[in-house]
Ligand binder design. Structure first.
Ligand code: OOG
Ligand code: NI
Length: 457
């Protein structure tokens, strides 16, 4: 049998290479990584119970390597190639995000590992958006953009060969994996030379800044890499002291005792010099972001989250320069006041996904799962939310386009078109969390000799 490197190990090589490349290209990213590391170390030192829980739940080791990135591609063929590239690293498309709700001409998925062990080794994920030329008003320009895109190849011949080889043989050896990572990295590199002239670039910008960002360059440069922090408010507060100015408000739920879903904040994109067929100009695309991840919510919890968020956004809307940010934060915490704020309530009310593990041994047959939990025989951990939030993502896109303004537009979701373009369906994230919860309970009950409770829960 050939000795293949596990896809998890290839993903770790790749995420490290991406992080090194981005650190070299965007110095503020390095500053942010250092800040997040300091804050995380402080939080863990001040909160030994959190440290113990994270270690026992196999969540501690991944913290320092945890990142997500984002890219934007231009065509169905590109999306499909990217899917095949990420598959080599054990990353598959999960979830569909319709960003047209925020007036953005893109729809997206997240490529990420799905197996719980793979997630705890390295959950590296890439938020991947496909531009929607069909949503542009100027269809002549859309046609021109499509032509420009058809002339580029975003994957190097070496990377393509290794993708095909991995598909044909079922994996890559260590040496092949290293060559693959080096070649794959080229796809995401920044290009200071545009493929279009300045006039075409400004036509594209006039249609939409996102369209210009995708169409004017040789490939889908990584536009941010996001480390995970345990205290986003502390990082946000300390950013200015390290020379970074964050967006006005943290996206997502308010600060809570029992973290839910995902809170994110970013710093504004850099203006970078670009050569447009020899003519000097600038382009703004790359930025920095941090995030704090909490428990994944079940459909009932998610509906409650969406309702609370809509309530807050209906009451206060943040302006383009961050006006009314403080009022918004107050409205947000008020809107979420009734949302249960401890893991037991979230679990008992069927609002959040958890994971079970076996604790103290049991004598005889217990009457219920709830009894086992009360007796310390079954331990409950929150399942970390591994995905993204469309309204938050829209806010991140927006701030990266240079504004803090919140907007609520109509929607034109088209998941079927996205899947057809990608050549694969997206996995249902809720089914993945449910399966992980069920499986963890089955394993724990079996270990405790309580199999009679397996289907009773
Ligand atoms: C992606 C923005 C979304 C997130 O964390 O929600 C995102 C982009 O700007 O391409 O990364
Ligand atoms: Ni992001």
């Amino acid at each position: 049998m050939t000795d293949f490197l596990h896809p998890d190990a290839i993903r770790t090589l790749f995420s490290r290479a991406m992080s090194d490349m981005y650190r070299a290209e965007v110095p503020q990213y390095g500053t942010l990584i250092d800040l997040v590391r300091d804050v995380n170390a402080r939080v863990l030192a001040e909160n030994p119970a959190l440290r113990d829980r994270m270690r026992a739940a196999d969540e501690l080791d991944r913290l320092d390597v945890e990142r997500h990135g984002a890219i934007r591609v231009g065509t169905a063929a590109e999306l499909s190639l990217i899917r095949r590239m990420f598959a080599v690293m054990g990353m598959v498309p999960v979830g569909y995000y319709d960003l047209s709700v925020a007036g953005l001409p893109v729809h997206s998925t997240a490529f990420r590992p799905v197996d719980p062990h793979s997630l705890s080794r390295n959950p590296f994920r890439v938020f991947t958006s496909l531009i929607r030329l069909e949503l542009l008003e100027d269809q002549d320009l859309a046609a021109r953009a499509a032509e420009i895109l058809n002339d580029r190849s975003i994957v190097t011949p070496a990377a393509l060969r290794l993708i095909e080889q991995a598909e044909a043989k079922g994996g890559l050896t260590q040496a092949e994996a290293e060559a693959f990572v080096a070649a794959a990295l080229e796809t995401f590199r920044w290009h200071a030379e545009a493929t279009v002239d300045a006039a075409t670039y400004s036509d594209l910008v006039a249609a939409h800044r996102l369209i210009a960002d995708v169409v004017s360059f040789r490939g889908p440069h990584i536009n941010h890499l996001t480390p995970r922090t345990l205290d986003i408010d502390a990082v946000q507060a300390e950013m200015p002291a390290r020379g970074i100015s964050p967006k006005a408000v943290v996206e997502g739920p308010p600060r809570r005792a029992a973290d839910i879903l995902l809170r994110q904040t970013s710093f504004k994109a850099l203006q970078e010099p670009i050569s447009f067929h020899g003519e000097t100009g600038t382009h703004t695309a790359r930025f920095g972001e941090i995030e704090q991840r909490g428990v994944a919510l079940k459909p009932a919890g998610r509906a409650m989250y969406d309702a609370c968020l809509n309530d807050a956004r209906g009451r206060v809307s943040v302006g383009p320069n961050g006006e009314r940010a403080a009022e918004y934060v107050a409205a947000l915490s008020d809107a979420f006041a009734g949302f249960p704020d401890d893991l037991t309530a979230l679990r008992q009310q069927g609002l959040a996904y958890v994971r079970y593990r076996a604790g103290a041994p049991v004598d005889g047959a217990a009457a219920s799962v709830e009894d086992l939990i009360a007796g310390g025989h079954l331990i409950v951990d929150p399942q970390t939310y591994e995905d993204f939030l469309p309204v938050s993502a829209a806010g991140i896109f927006q701030s990266n386009l240079g504004s803090d303004e919140q907007s609520n537009f109509g929607q034109s979701a088209n998941r079927a078109a996205f899947e057809a373009a990608m050549g694969a369906s997206v996995l249902d994230e809720l089914a993945l969390y449910q399966a992980a919860e069920d499986e963890s309970l089955r394993v724990a009950l079996t270990l405790l000799g309580q199999t009679h409770l397996i289907n009773a829960a």
